[in-house]
Design a binder for this molecule. Structure first.
Ligand code: PEP
Ligand code: MG
Length: 568
């Protein structure tokens, strides 16, 4: 029988497909897990160790057959860890202490990993990541969480949370839709799904428990509706809707070559936000005029060690080349917050969004930062690149980075590697401190790009990934609008350009206000470009300025939204 659920539609579009349960965070599964008797929990650990060792053995064989010796060696090492008697003993001891088999497995792996981490030898320290990985695999086996296994048909990924690297590493044509337990619209899994126009419903919470691996589902990313095991009638209704969706896409395709220009000739550049160099081609089909945000941290994710300068150079060069002479803004790694990176061993923090994140990590870990800067400077030779710094709060950070850039150039010259001297350096304006200080910061950089995803959370003290406070998260809040306007004005006063790469830029109503404030560029997930372009092409700059003037008199975000919906 068909079961219907409703979540929060976060990325419009209809998807039909079979569910693949994923989700790297096990918190939700652990909370739902029912602990049985000690003997039964011990037996589960035993069975899981045996099964995982067999799965890994099978992987080793397949990888050898495919002539992938390095991957096969890693899987072999993991198999040996899963069969290590000391590891098994430690897991048994933890069951006696903690009760729950999956928690015991994770705690034992964590303890062993911590021991490796304290060793002087870098090789042994790095093994900590593998031990945690194996522990997680065993815990997942007990919890019934499946590893993503992809067949020919596109699947609907489903999980409480899905790590950005999981989505980033699955080809777009293999993902029909996404269902999430958590409710944020600016978490990075959602941002990547948006860049790929994958219909997504979030905020399902406990309702996720009624969705099983392999279920056929329909999801509507606009209304948030989900049908599990739909009848033939429902299926045919939704197939018609998919057809309409394709027709709208065709209409938007016609807009791709046209500029985002008001009826009286004011232009705004529309650029794309990308997660990997592989996204550029798709972004170009939506008519983007370059890349306004390459989230380079995704080059660092989904792997077990720091990418080398050479690895990064290849990725950035490809993105820059694909922009064909148009600007490609590469943001330096923004790890931390909701984007963890196991091999960086970021200590557990009470407030990760206020902690060791982004530029703060880069400035303290120059072994990571210098190769990244060198790779971007080298990629600049192949087109027009820019370096963008995340989470800046003061001038001192910019000055330090500029010194590092000069040192990187000296190193590159010494190594006889060609690099560009024309790489612009700009900052994300995503902290209230930066926004307030823009008249000063503007003297030190070539551009500003307003990151509203963070600017909204930091200005309003509303965690961007906390479902319970998401009703307060509002880019039309007058406090946010005031900081945005201040930033654009400071850029104009100082002769530099100002853009926006937070999600606000993809809201057509907001785009009208931003254009009236004098913004030069809006960067967004590429599928949003046609809607924003359509809105800008439909209005004159004079009318937009009148609307802005009224909006700036209003006292509340809700009122502003209502006014915009009624007048646009
Ligand atoms: C932002 O904060 O608006 C932004 C674009 O950066 P991220 O979403 O990656 O934090
Ligand atoms: Mg940000």
């Amino acid at each position: 029988m068909t079961e219907s659920l409703r979540g929060k539609g976060v990325i419009a579009g209809i998807a039909i497909g079979k569910v693949l349960l994923v989700g790297q965070s096990l918190d939700g599964y652990l909370a739902d897990y029912k602990v049985e008797s000690e003997a039964s929990e011990l037996a589960k650990v035993e069975a899981a160790l045996k099964a995982v060792a067999e799965i890994l053995q099978d992987n080793v064989k397949k990888l050898q057959e495919r002539n992938m010796p390095e991957q096969s060696a890693i899987m072999e090492a993991h198999r040996m860890m899963a069969q290590d008697p000391m590891m098994a003993q430690s897991m048994h001891d933890k069951v006696k202490e903690l009760g729950s088999a999956p928690r015991a497995v994770l705690a034992a792996a964590d303890e062993s990993a911590a021991m490796f981490e304290s060793m002087d030898d870098a090789y042994f320290r790095e093994r900590a990541v593998d031990i945690r990985d194996v522990g997680k695999r065993i815990a997942k086996y007990i919890l019934g969480v499946k590893e993503p296994a992809l067949g020919d048909a596109a699947v609907v990924l489903c999980g409480h949370e899905i790590e950005p690297s999981v989505i980033a590493n699955i080809p777009t044509d293999k993902i029909a839709g996404v269902l999430l337990g958590q409710g944020s619209t600016t978490c990075h899994a959602v941002i990547i799904a948006k860049a790929r126009a994958i219909p997504t419903v979030a905020g399902l919470g406990d309702k996720l428990a009624s969705i099983q691996d392999g279920d056929l589902v329909i999801l509507d990313g606009e209304t948030g509706e989900i049908f599990i095991d739909p009848t033939e009638d429902i299926l045919s209704t939704y197939r018609i809707k998919i057809q309409k969706q394709l027709e709208r896409k065709a209409y938007y395709a016609q807009l791709a070559p046209l500029p985002a220009e008001t009826t009286d000739g004011v232009r705004v550049e529309l650029m794309a936000n990308i997660g990997t160099h592989l996204d550029v081609d798709a972004a170009m089909t939506y008519g983007c005029e370059g890349v306004g945000l390459f989230r380079s941290e995704f080059v660092f994710m989904g792997r077990e060690e720091i990418p080398t300068e050479e690895d990064q150079f290849k990725a950035y060069k490809e993105a820059v080349e694909k922009c064909k002479g148009k600007l490609c803004v590469i943001r330096t790694m923004d790890i931390g917050g909701d984007k963890p990176l196991a091999y960086l061993n970021i200590p557990k923090e009470d407030n990760p969004f206020l902690g060791w994140r982004a530029i703060r990590i880069s400035l303290m870990r120059q072994d990571l930062f210098v190769p990244q800067i060198k790779a971007i400077l080298r990629a600049g030779v192949y087109g027009k690149a820019a370096i963008m710094l995340p989470m800046v709060i003061n001038v001192a950070e910019i000055k330090q980075v500029k010194e590092i850039i000069e040192q990187a150039k000296v190193q590159l010259a010494h190594e006889e590697k060609p690099y560009s001297d024309n790489v612009q350096v700009g900052i994300m304006v995503e902290t209230p401190a930066a926004a307030i200080m823009t008249p000063v910061l503007a003297k030190h950089v070539d551009f500003f790009s307003i990151g509203t995803n963070d600017l909204v959370q930091y200005t309003l003290a509303v965690d961007r990934v906390n479902h319970n406070v998401s009703y307060l998260y509002d880019h039309f809040n007058p406090a946010v609008l005031s900081l945005v306007q201040r930033t654009i004005q400071a850029a104009r006063d100082n002769g530099i350009w100002a853009g926006m790469c937070g999600e606000m830029a993809s809201d057509p109503y907001a785009a009208v206000l931003l254009m009236a404030m004098g913004i030069h560029e809006l960067s967004m997930s590429a599928p949003s470009i046609p809607r924003v372009k359509e809105k800008i092409r439909s209005i004159s700059s004079t009318k937009a300025k009148e609307i802005l003037e009224t909006v700036l008199q209003l006292e509340d975000g809700g009122e502003i939204k209502e006014y915009l919906y009624n007048h646009l």
